[in-house]
Structures are given as C-alpha cells and as structure tokens.
Design a protein around this ligand. Structure first.
Ligand code: SF4
Ligand code: SF4
Length: 191
C-alpha cells in the first residue's frame, strides 16, 4: 500500500506487524509501524547505492551473481515462466530479515524491537521485483539459504513444474507461441 503525503511516499511492509506505542503522532513515520518515510529522491539514492554495492560485490562475493540472476529473471521473464514454481512453493517467511543483510545491510531494511520490514516492498512504484518474487526456483532459494545459513530460510518446494529449468521453460514457451502462430496461419489460409 502506498499513500502520497505531501510529495512523500508512505511505504509499508506487506504484512501487518504489532503496533508500537507512542508513534501515532510522528510525522516522519507510518503510524502503526514507525517506519521512516522516504522521499522519491531518497529512494532513488538508496537504489543507486544498492546497485553500486552489487556491482563491486562481483569482485568479492558469490551473492552478487545470485542477486543479479534473480534481478534479471524477475525483469525479463513473462509471469507464466517466472511464477511456474509458485504452486510448488511451501513454507514461508519468518521475517528474520537475514536476506536483507547479506554482504551489506539494505538501506530499505527497517528493524526495531517489534518487527522487521521493508520500506518499499508494497510500493507499486518502487517495490523491488527480485525481492517480491523470491524464491523464483530451487537455485534461487538455495543461494539465499546458503548465505543465511546456519539460520534457516523456511521456504521449500514440493514437486516441480513441467519445465523445472529456466532454459527448458523458455524453450517450451517459444515452441508453444510458435505453434499458436502456425495454427493461426493455417486457420487464415483454411488448410
Ligand atoms: S531469509 Fe528467508 S525467512 Fe528470513 S526474511 Fe529472508 S525470506 Fe524471510
Ligand atoms: S526486501 Fe526490501 S529491505 Fe529486503 S533486500 Fe529487498 S529492498 Fe532491501
């Protein structure tokens, strides 16, 4: 949910959390959650910082490769391929926040004595696709589980889609789309 308040975006987490005391009058926070309010400019600056950290991460951490894979897949794959593992996804997020602190602490991560939250997760404009779609597939999940280990990330998969690998799913999708076009051409020419 995002509300525009005087040019600023009030950004809240995806699920509700216990309200904190004495924060309802704070003009710089979401009332129930005490999450800082960020201007558009601050959000873009923080995103630029994240991009910078991910790029330099290529020189010293495997996580940058996993994060980049997640970002590219989330950006380029059509939903029918991107979400093919979702019917088989089990478990859930326990809000430990560890995946937001791999290698560096994400500047959108909020933590207080009551809860953890992402400042932009539910923003229609700024929600980070790689974080929203996680876990895309077992490779994606294993990458984060390795990074947060020995703490658990309780997601797991039960069963698998018809085309488990991304490349297999892309090839099958291309074949299906081509098949539809051929059928349309046959129909058009009455053969
Ligand atoms: S590591 Fe897993 S359980 Fe912890 S916040 Fe991230 S997704 Fe949720
Ligand atoms: S979910 Fe939010 S806080 Fe966590 S890594 Fe993604 S953008 Fe950062």
């Amino acid at each position: 949910m995002e509300q525009n308040l005087g040019g600023q975006n009030r950004l809240v987490q995806i699920t509700t959390a216990p309200a904190t005391a004495n924060n309802h009058d704070d003009q710089n926070s979401v009332p129930e959650l005490n999450i800082p309010v960020l201007s558009e400019r601050q959000i873009l600056q923080k995103k630029a910082y994240i991009g910078f950290r991910k790029i330099i991460g290529f020189f010293y951490t495997k996580h940058s490769y996993g994060a980049t894979r997640r970002w590219i897949l989330a950006k380029v794959l059509p939903d029918r391929i991107l979400y093919r593992w979702k019917p088989y996804q089990r478990g859930g997020c326990n809000r430990c926040g560890l995946c937001c602190k791999i290698v560096f602490r994400c500047p959108f991560f909020h933590e207080d004595q009551n809860t953890t939250a992402c400042m932009i997760y539910t923003s229609p404009r700024h929600a980070p696709p790689p974080c929203v779609v996680f876990p895309i597939d077992p490779i994606d999940l294993a990458e984060v589980q390795r990074e947060v280990s020995p703490a658990p990330c309780p997601f797991y998969f039960e069963g698998q889609p018809e085309h488990p690998t991304t490349w297999g799913a892309v090839k099958a999708d291309i074949r299906a789309q081509l098949g539809k076009r051929v059928d349309k051409l046959k129909e058009a020419f009455g053969s």
